[in-house]
Design a protein around this ligand. Structure first.
Ligand SMILES: Nc1nc2c(ncn2[C@@H]2O[C@H](COP(=O)(O)OP(=O)(O)OP(=O)(O)O)[C@@H](O)[C@H]2O)c(=O)[nH]1
Ligand SMILES: [Zn+2]
Length: 220
């Protein structure tokens, strides 16, 4: 990424699964100025020593937290393997750490995702499933959308017999501000194909997931 004025990559149509930002991307300098305004508005002096570099740091932090707008999950799932000796049972990746930000308050959403699919002919490298979670998590989110995007993407690209995604997370906009209820966990799931149609299959995947440390314990 560079500092020059550029069209936001999500607007170029590279990822049809993204809700595209359709405006030109502000410059790094404009972003830093906006942070200065927020610092001042919060009640502090952006020119004091401790805050002088904060706009730069915040811009860099945003590049980390929101890097998912610049990556395409569809590409990630392109590399698949077919030599699996007919393996067609479910593959479950559980306890994938989720660090996201809510689109309402930009407060952290911290939790875990469990991703399962039922291959048809081909399987994908398991790290790629975690990468798909990461790409969607590193965008401004609500948990329902995050869950659906992960499941829909895997379903559309791999065309498996089924996909199940469960996300459990704590929303800091609820724990550290507003209603202030620490320890509340939100659980969302999206079941597609055989996981949606077949109750035994759904029960099986939920049993796999609930045997994990994550599902039974605090998500933090
Ligand atoms: N459904 C859903 N709601 C979320 C998620 N993350 C945050 N929220 C909620 O989004 C809502 C936004 O409500 P608003 O009334 O517009 O915002 P607010 O005045 O800051 O609300 P409070 O948080 O109740 O103070 C709040 O109820 C949040 O708890 C999420 O991932 N999914
Ligand atoms: Zn929020």
């Amino acid at each position: 990424m560079n500092d020059s004025q550029a069209t936001h990559p999500a607007a170029t149509g590279g990822d049809q699964l993204t809700e595209a930002a359709d405006t030109a991307r502000p410059t790094r300098d404009e972003a830093e100025q906006a942070v200065r305004t927020l610092l001042k508005w919060a009640g502090d002096d952006p020119d004091r020593e401790g805050l002088l570099d904060t706009p730069k740091r915040v811009a860099r932090a945003y590049e980390d937290w929101f890097s998912g707008y610049f990556e395409n999950p569809v590409e990630i799932l392109q590399r698949t393997f077919e030599e699996v000796e007919g393996y067609d049972e479910m593959v479950v990746l559980r306890d994938v750490r989720v660090e996201s930000h809510c689109e309402h308050h930009l407060a952290p959403i911290i939790g875990r995702a469990h991703v399962a699919y039922m291959p048809s002919k081909r399987v994908v490298g398991i790290s790629k499933l975690a990468r798909v979670v990461e790409i969607y998590a590193k965008r401004m989110q609500i948990q329902e959308k995050l869950t659906a995007q992960i499941a829909n993407c895997i379903n559309e690209v791999l065309e498996p017999r089924g996909v199940a995604v469960v996300v459990e997370a704590e929303h800091q906009c609820m724990t550290t501000r507003g209603i202030q209820k620490p320890g509340v966990t939100m659980v969302t799931s999206r079941m597609l194909g055989s996981f949606r149609k077949n109750e035994a299959t759904r029960r099986e995947v939920l049993a796999f997931i609930s045997n994990s440390g994550g599902a039974a314990h605090h998500v933090g």
